[in-house]
Structure formats: C-alpha cells, structure tokens
Design a protein. Structure first.
Length: 376
C-alpha cells in the first residue's frame, strides 16, 4: 500500500454514514483500496494511500488542542487571549463542530481503514482513547474481504483498543449480484466476516441495497441477503436504496442492457420480501438515508417486524396515482411520511408540481431518478 506524503494539515475525507453526522472525522486512509464496485463512483480515478501513524497522531493533537481551547472558552464565557496555531487544514472547524456536538463519537475515514496493519490501528486507537477518554464510540467502514483476512486475535485486540462499531457494505448476499457489480466478495465471506466482528465484541452495521440486482436478480437479492443476515444477526441493518449518478460503470451496464433497473415501487416490493424472510434475529433496522422511500420503516426484530411490513404494504396498496404523488413528494421534499398524503394542502401542492412539469406514469421514474441524483 502506498504511504501518503508528509503531513500538510488536518484532512477530511469525502464521506461518512448519516449516523456519524456529529462524529469527529479522522482520516486514516485516502480513498478505497478496492475501488471496483460498479455502483460507486466516489473514488473512481483517485489513488488509494495510507496515512502514517505519526500524521494521524498529529491530526489528533490538533483536535485535542482546539477542543481544549473551546472548552476553556466555555468555562470563562469568552474567548481566551491566545488562540492555538492551526497549522493548516480543517482542524479548527472540525474541532468546534465536534466540541459542540458533545465529543461522543469518532469515525475513521475513508472507505476501509481496517486495511492498515492491525498494530498501526491499535496504536491509533490507544492514542485516541488517551487524548479523548470520554468518547463513547469509535467507528469505521470495512470490507468483508478485509475483515476475513484479520485474525480473531488481532480483531479482539482492535476491539480492546477502542474500536466498537464497524460498518460493512454488504449491499447484497446474492453471489450473482455480487459478481455483477464487482463487489469482490461472496456470500459466505460476508457471513464469516460478520460473525467474526460480532465474536470480537464489536457492534456491526450491515448495509443492504434494494435494487442493486436489477429486475433479473431482485428476488435473489432479497432472499439471499435475508438468509445471510439471519446467520449474522448484526446489531444494525441499514437500508441504502440504489441510486445511479451519471458516469458510474453500472449506468453503462444499464445503457448497454446488461443491467435492468427497478423503480421505487419494485424496490419496496424487494425490500418487503427481504424483511418478511428475516427470522431469528434481534437487529435494529435503520432507514436513515435520504434516498430511502419510506423513512418510517424502522424498528427492532422481532417485535417491530409486523409494523414494518404494514408500512410497506400500505405504500404498495396505494393507487398508482397516490403512489406517484408520494414518490414525487418524497423526492422533492414536500412529503416525508406516508401519512403526509392525508394532508390535503401538502398533497395538492405536490399535484401542482406534477401538473406544472407534466409528470405522468410513463415518465415519473425518470424524473424521480433525476431528483435522486442531487443527493448522491
């Protein structure tokens, strides 16, 4: 792996999970070491590199200096006479946001920080705990393939050093889909990695992506993913509806006919099939991304499963006209929950948008798809 150049100031990577909105963002690696997934364009054209432990520690020192400064400012109810030297980068802004957010969580960037040697990760984690002993959670993205290559002993040591949540981009557990989108992993590796994380005492979030198999593999995507999740029993299942920004390889697959896209309604049908087949788990379902159609779809298994099914069936049982109104309303931000359809003023406002832009059953998918691109 390529080591990053000398320290040039505090760095912030391009992405984090929605659940880490108030976390300190600490960049351990740059970009993605795999970078072949056809549905993701975030790191395309970017070179992967790791940052040295010394550079990461220097970032941590900057945040420690600035959070101490902001804490003193609170104590004296005013700005201290001398502000710290910034040394470049985003440290002052990042530290101020984190300070005012309570300094409870840290997210390690970028796409797969667990790819660095375990000894280096442990050193960074211990230093974080030393500098910020009150922090409750340290989290990272990781690939199942990477976790599979870490020994149980090393993962336990990483857990003991302070990493207590990992986000895995499962996306699908259908091997045909995983091959189609060049995920670089198979179903069994997903299962083995998830179980290994749980065994190490680390919280696990698994991401499922309705629509990623297209129409051809929609059923396989739902059923095989449900089976894998049943065998893993992650702490969290997070829904990430497929969105296709321009320029990614999966769009090319769609244009040449090797990928058949599902619409909003079909993705809810797929999600319903997946959730109906979840059994024997105690996971929380989180639906916290703006691309997801039904934000009220959330809860814990098994007790909230009937309620979650009812939400999806309520949407699917709407007339085509009301489905279209809700889809347009959701994608334009005018409607949030299904119950919003009962508000005549809001519903009429969306109908006005539909009439103004000539939206109908034949073009609603294309229009909603274009609206989704604003958030990818």
């Amino acid at each position: 792996m390529k080591e990053s150049p000398d320290w040039t100031g505090y760095e912030v990577g391009p992405i984090r999970p929605p659940s880490e909105a108030n976390s300190l963002l600490l960049r351990i690696t740059r970009n993605c070491p795999w970078n072949k997934c056809t549905f993701c364009g975030l790191y395309k054209g970017e070179r992967f590199s790791t940052r040295s432990v010394d550079d990461v520690k220097r970032d941590i020192d900057q945040i420690k200096t600035w959070t101490d400064y902001f804490r003193l400012s609170d104590e004296i109810d005013g700005m201290p006479e001398h502000a710290p030297s910034s040394e470049g980068g985003w440290a002052p802004q990042i530290a101020e946001h984190w300070h005012h957010s309570g300094m409870r969580s840290i997210f390690l960037q970028d796409a797969n920080s667990l790819v660095i040697k375990p000894e280096r990760m442990i050193e960074i984690l211990k230093y974080l705990r030393e500098c910020f002993p009150g922090t409750e959670r340290i989290t990272s993205y990781a690939r199942s393939h990477t976790i599979a290559g870490i020994s149980n002993e090393h993962l336990a040591d990483i857990s003991a050093a302070g990493l207590n949540r990992i986000h895995i981009g499962l996306e699908s557990a259908c091997d045909k889909v995983l091959e189609l989108v060049k995920k670089g992993v198979d179903k069994q590796t997903h299962i083995d990695a998830g179980r290994k994380i749980k065994k190490a005492g680390i919280e696990l979030s698994e991401y499922y992506m309705p629509g990623i198999g297209g129409r051809e593999f929609s059923e396989c995507n739902a059923l095989e993913t449900a089976d894998a999740l049943n065998r893993i029993n992650p702490d969290f299942i997070r829904i990430r509806t497929l969105g296709l920004p321009d320029g990614i390889p999966l769009v090319e697959d769609y244009e040449n006919g090797t990928f058949t896209r599902t619409n909003d309604v079909e993705m809810i049908e797929e999600l319903l099939l997946m959730i109906k087949n979840l059994d024997g788990i105690t996971s929380f379902l989180k639906n916290d991304h703006i691309l997801n159609m039904l934000p009220e779809l959330k809860g814990r298994f098994p007790e909230d499963k009937p309620q979650m099914i009812a939400v999806m069936e309520k949407f699917l049982n709407l007339s085509e006209e009301d489905q279209m109104i809700f889809r347009v309303g959701r994608r334009t931000g005018r409607l949030v929950l299904l119950e919003s359809l009962e508000d005549e003023d809001k519903k009429n406002a969306v109908q006005g948008v539909i009439e103004q832009h000539g939206i109908n059953q034949s073009n609603v998918y294309e229009i909603c798809d274009n609206l989704m691109k604003r958030f990818i």
